[in-house]
Design a protein around this ligand. Structure first.
Ligand code: SF4
Length: 374
């Protein structure tokens, strides 16, 4: 069995070089479908015989994206558009775009205008999750996605293929959750950036490979003695916590990350696809099972704060860090109620700005230092 260090190095390499992986897939004759965040129905892509890869933008100073997206667009979508317009995603066969917020509505048109060579498959997640018609509406939306993927791949997505893919994704969810639990017993080996590299690399890997690699890492960690971490512990919430510099600041200040509610990380893995009459129904019902997420409306506005408080207490953290993607209105909307619930639970919180268009994260360092020295 490979050692923890070399396994972590493999995840870091993948997380930092997704283009290398795309090239390998394409050279092997496979079609890659880029999946915008979050809750893209990836089992449909797998069942269609193609490779789903997450796209999460990246640090860049957009020069072309401004033609179609205003400056107050979140930096994640702006950088995705910039990468689309500058050929970074040229090898992908299509992008799938779930309309989960107002910014995506504009991005749908911006993508079609700015990146006409890469087909965009869009669908809407209904924000009224209580209306009995919402489930049927979503199934119809997902059928349109399925049709487009069948068209691109030339393969039919049967119910059997889809159910097999769904089981595989639920195994992947379980493997990710097991890794997160185990990592907390080895905070000497799994630093905040290492944890992030594992989570990010998995968004680029085929699901079966992800299960294999993450399970091997978890087994290697379990073979190590449990480490009693004496420093401060935090839980992260938000869309992403990048660039790596920020995660490096936590380590530099002796602070461990012991849990997350990031869209790029654990949010994707905490809700399984439920059993249902058909694969399409299971995909739709998944959306109605999502809890405590800014992109899925909940009438109970204390749900996310309460969930974070429970998560922090269970992991022994005394603070939740709100990683606030600049111009992400749904995250901004949640912030006051999250902070209130955390205060009620006797926990600390602070927010740091996440902006992919600047490499200056000095403000985050100051806040993390202040927390660490408190
Ligand atoms: S949810 Fe926030 S970060 Fe994600 S696309 Fe919408 S505005 Fe951008």
């Amino acid at each position: 069995m490979a050692d923890v260090k070399s396994l972590l190095a493999q995840f870091e390499e993948i997380s930092k070089n997704p283009q290398k992986l795309v090239k390998e897939y394409v050279e092997a004759g496979e079609k890659v479908i880029a999946c915008f965040p979050i809750y893209t129905p990836q089992p449909l892509v797998t069942a269609a015989g193609m490779v789903p890869m997450g796209i999460w933008g990246g640090q860049c100073n957009p020069q072309l994206a401004g033609k179609y997206s205003p400056i107050f667009t979140c930096s994640l979508l702006r950088s995705c558009l910039e990468f689309g317009m500058t050929g970074v995603y040229k090898d992908v066969s299509a992008v799938v775009m779930p309309i989960i917020c107002d910014t995506f509505r504009g991005m749908n048109s911006a993508w079609r205008a700015g990146v006409p060579d890469i087909r965009s498959i869009t669908f809407i997640y209904p924000q009224n999750r209580k209306d009995p018609g919402a489930r049927d509406f979503l199934i119809e939306e997902l059928k349109a996605v399925r049709e487009a993927l069948e068209d691109i791949s030339g393969n039919t997505v049967t119910n059997e293929k889809l159910q097999t893919a769904i089981r595989l994704y639920n195994r992947k969810n379980a493997a990710m959750r097991a890794f997160c639990r185990t990592a907390n017993d080895h905070l000497d080996l799994v630093k905040p950036a290492d944890r992030h590299h594992v989570m990010k690399a998995v968004t680029f890997l085929k699901p079966e490979r992800a299960v294999e690699m993450v399970s091997e890492l978890t087994a290697a960690l379990n073979a190590e003695p449990v480490h009693r971490f004496a420093g401060k512990k935090v839980v992260l919430t938000g869309i992403t916590c990048e660039p790596d510099d920020i995660l490096g600041y936590f380590d530099q200040c002796g602070v461990a990350v012991v849990g997350d509610d990031l869209a790029q990380e654990s949010r994707q893995y905490r809700t399984d696809y439920p059993s249902a009459n058909s694969g399409m129904e299971s995909l739709a019902l998944h959306w109605f099972g999502v809890k405590g997420c800014s992109s899925a409306h909940d009438d109970n506005n204390t749900a996310r704060g309460d969930m974070l408080a429970a998560m922090a207490k269970e992991a022994g953290a005394d603070c939740v860090v709100l990683c606030m993607m600049r111009f992400c209105e749904i995250e901004e909307y949640d912030q006051p109620s999250v902070i209130t619930q955390l205060e009620k639970a006797g926990l600390m919180s602070f927010s740091i700005d996440i902006d992919q268009s600047t490499s200056d994260s000095g403000q985050a360092l100051t806040k993390i230092q202040a927390y660490a020295e408190n």
